[in-house]
Write a new protein. Structure first.
Length: 157
């Protein structure tokens, strides 16, 4: 595994922690171009009361002003969890070349059937987006699992 991939995923994990500190699910993303982080984002769906404010869309929103345009070709998006269908669409529209993720979608905890981001890209004939999986899996799954356990405890009161 590339040391760069691990370094950038660590930064995405820092973003995830920011979101978690504000009461959101702990998912973080960063966008990298030419070896430099140009934008980061984290899940803000709960704190902003905006169901579209996922880590990936937040990073994409932040990247436009950083680049001065909305064509993100040549960019790599790192994210701590598998992007949902909405985020997959945003990644396609942005022109991201490479997606690096830690954990894969787990149908036991979600409601998207046998969904994968790869299938979403293929449906819109963007199977050319390179998907790299398995970067800092243990660390990214741990933050997600700890959050789920804490939410269950809080729900029980």
């Amino acid at each position: 595994m590339s040391a760069d991939h691990e370094r950038f995923m660590e930064i995405a994990l820092e973003e995830a922690r920011k979101g978690e500190a504000k009461g959101n699910g702990p998912v973080g993303s960063v966008i990298v171009k030419d070896g430099v982080v140009i934008a980061g984002g984290y899940n803000k769906a709960i704190s902003d009361l905006d169901v579209t404010s996922h880590a990936e869309t937040d990073a994409l929103r932040n990247a436009g002003p950083a680049l001065g345009h909305t064509d993100f070709s040549g960019c790599t998006l790192y994210t701590t969890a598998e992007p949902c269908m909405m985020c997959a669409g945003a990644i396609v529209f942005a022109g991201i070349d490479t997606l690096v993720l830690a954990t894969s979608y787990n149908p036991n905890y979600g409601s998207y059937g046998d969904y994968t981001v790869d299938k979403a890209f293929e449906m819109v004939e963007r199977g050319s987006i390179k998907v790299i999986r398995g970067v800092l899996v243990d660390e990214c799954e741990a933050i997600s699992w700890n959050y789920k356990v804490r939410m269950k405890r809080e729900a029980k009161g």
